[in-house]
Design a protein around this ligand. Structure first.
Ligand SMILES: NC(=O)c1ccc[n+]([C@@H]2O[C@H](COP(=O)([O-])OP(=O)(O)OC[C@H]3O[C@@H](n4cnc5c(N)ncnc54)[C@H](OP(=O)(O)O)[C@@H]3O)[C@@H](O)[C@H]2O)c1
Length: 352
């Protein structure tokens, strides 16, 4: 593929015309194969899965598959469905590259169950990093909500109660831990640092350094630091290795009343252990954008917990998201066509 003069890209997820134009203006060697009538209508910008009520007729399905099979690359996992991805990789021997419109698309690639030779032939990249700033702002909401006791303020207001005075927490004297220091973690650190917090983050890279991180630790070293933390921010992807890292063992060591924010993946947290920690006060406040099961079942005790802020996996969504995904895709297309290494390549062992 290096040295190739053009790249035929099938648009496999709903994408606004403006984003299509942005891609071909930024990288004119890309030809977009796009037929919006074959894709679920987007309900808003960056609605990459589209309207769930959409169904193709058998004839439309044939045309959609033919479009996917004539491309060198896919923008989006077809129907965000691992089985559809597996079918396309099998049916299209010219396919060399698939870019997922989500940051956590590695999970779907893993679920597609591709063979080693298919994983070698096709490079997978994700939109990791695109959501960093918007999620970092949600993290700030959570960390501030915990320190300033947002649930108490809301409760008092709902009762029209001018209470006695009480202490809130001053973040400039507090410590935060960021689990997972990728695109999101790197956007979170400067905001917490700007509040004067002492910031610890996990990294698997020996000797990691960052101007906004006071200390890096490995996941295996969490026992040493977890008890000092006033806020814990989870920005880890969902993989076999991260599954339920935040479980009873870790939560039994936290400082009483700690704030917990999760913007990574729900599977990283043992939700039953989280609920128990909220109930007995080990966690004082939690701001959650992701859950073990989504949509969060109506029966989940989290809905009724007064100390939990629930965001239905929408904290990353902004009007800028789709543009940022399109820019990232176009820049990666340029790298591919110029024979340069792509960014955000999926790890095909851990699938993130
Ligand atoms: N809430 C949302 O809407 C939303 C939006 C975007 C992303 N996400 C989720 O958040 C995840 C992170 O996003 P990102 O953009 O920051 O991704 P990223 O840039 O790929 O960063 C992921 C980070 O997780 C670390 N990590 C992975 N496996 C680990 C393990 N087993 N132990 C310790 N660290 C591990 C990696 O550490 P090393 O660098 O040390 O390998 C990396 O720094 C995504 O995968 C996605 O699932 C959620």
């Amino acid at each position: 593929m290096p040295g190739q003069k053009s790249l035929r890209v099938a648009v496999a997820n709903p994408l606004h015309q403006e984003s299509c134009r942005l891609i071909t203006e930024r990288e004119p060697r890309v030809t977009l194969l796009s037929d919006p009538s074959l894709l679920p209508p987007a309900r808003h910008r960056a609605d990459f899965s589209g309207d769930p009520a959409f169904r193709r007729t058998p004839e439309q399905q044939r045309r959609f598959e033919a479009l996917l099979e004539s491309a060198d690359a896919l923008l989006g996992i077809p129907d965000v469905d691992p089985a559809a991805l597996a079918r396309t990789v099998r049916a299209n021997p010219r396919l060399r590259w698939v870019h997922t419109t989500s940051a956590g698309g590695g999970q779907e690639v893993g679920k597609a169950g591709l063979s080693p030779s298919q994983l070698q032939r096709v490079t997978f990249t994700t939109s990791a990093g695109v959501h960093g700033s918007s999620l970092a702002e949600f993290v700030l909401l959570g960390v501030l909500g915990g320190a300033k006791d947002l649930p108490r303020l809301l409760r008092l207001k709902s009762r029209r109660e001018w209470s006695g005075r009480w202490m809130s927490r001053q973040l400039s004297r507090q410590k935060a831990l960021i689990l997972g220091f990728g695109g999101i973690g790197r956007a979170v650190a400067p905001l917490l640092k700007a509040l004067g917090m002492s910031v610890t983050a996990t990294s698997r890279h020996p000797g990691a350094e960052h101007p906004d991180v006071d200390r890096f630790v490995r996941i295996g070293e969490l026992d040493e630091v977890i008890g000092d933390m006033d806020a814990i921010v989870c920005a880890l992807p969902g993989t076999d290795l991260t599954r339920r890292i935040v479980g009873e063992r870790l939560l039994s060591q936290v400082k009483r009343g700690v704030t917990f924010v999760n913007v990574g993946r729900g599977g990283v947290v043992d939700e039953s252990a989280l609920i128990a920690a909220l109930e007995d006060g080990r966690i004082g406040f939690a701001a959650l954008d992701v859950f073990e099961v989504e949509p969060l079942p109506e029966t989940s005790p989290l809905w009724a917990s007064p100390n939990v802020l629930i965001s239905p996996h929408t904290a990353a969504l902004t009007v800028e998201e789709e543009t940022a995904v399109a820019e990232l895709f176009a820049d990666n297309a340029t790298r591919l066509l110029d024979g340069q290494p792509l960014v955000n390549v999926v790890d095909t062992v851990e699938f993130y």
